[in-house]
Design a protein around this ligand. Structure first.
Ligand SMILES: [Zn+2]
Length: 175
């Protein structure tokens, strides 16, 4: 069913229509609520967004993960999952956390869902696994950001990345 929804979405050329707009609004609000704790504790928080048995768009309760990973709780059986969501913890000069990771994109694809990612700089990303493209929905300081955040550590952040571009960006990271 979730594949059908994603496929139906692709048939429309309008970039944002009702369902997607609601989904973005929910993701933004959930992630923004999690940002302060995620940044303060330097831990990722994650969960899912889906449609429940009554047809309502809902987010599952966030699970706290580690500094650079988070495994969401198994969602309820009757929830039709549309997307994952997660924060990227606090600012760390050694982590290129202002963009979704290649693993983020591949994990969403493997689950057959899209994804939403919040960064320490307060960016909001949408991981579109139909196009295999991550798009910045909202730039720096759009969400609550880490006061210690320093931009430009890993170079310029583009407004979108394909799978190949994310892979290339990760290869270029200083080690
Ligand atoms: Zn991530």
């Amino acid at each position: 069913m979730r594949h059908f929804i994603l496929f139906a979405t692709a048939l429309f050329t309008t970039p944002v229509f009702a369902q997607q707009a609601q989904e973005v609004a929910l993701a933004k609000s959930v992630l923004n609520t999690l940002q302060p704790a995620s940044i303060r504790q330097n831990r990722e928080y994650c969960g899912y967004i889906g449609v429940d048995a009554t047809g309502a768009l809902v987010a599952t309760r966030a699970r706290r993960g580690n500094t650079d990973s988070c495994l969401a709780d198994e969602p309820p059986q009757d929830l039709n999952i549309i997307a994952s969501y997660h924060t990227h913890a606090g600012f760390e000069p050694d982590f290129d956390s202002e963009v979704p990771s290649l693993d983020d994109m591949l994990a969403d694809r493997d689950e057959g869902i899209d994804g939403y990612v919040a960064t320490p700089g307060g960016r909001l990303w949408f991981v579109d696994t139909l196009k295999m493209q991550a798009r910045e929905l909202c730039a720096l300081d759009c969400l609550t950001s880490d006061p210690d955040f320093s931009p430009g550590v890993f170079g310029k952040v583009r407004s979108s990345y394909t799978e190949k571009q994310l892979s290339r960006r990760e290869e270029m990271e200083p080690s």
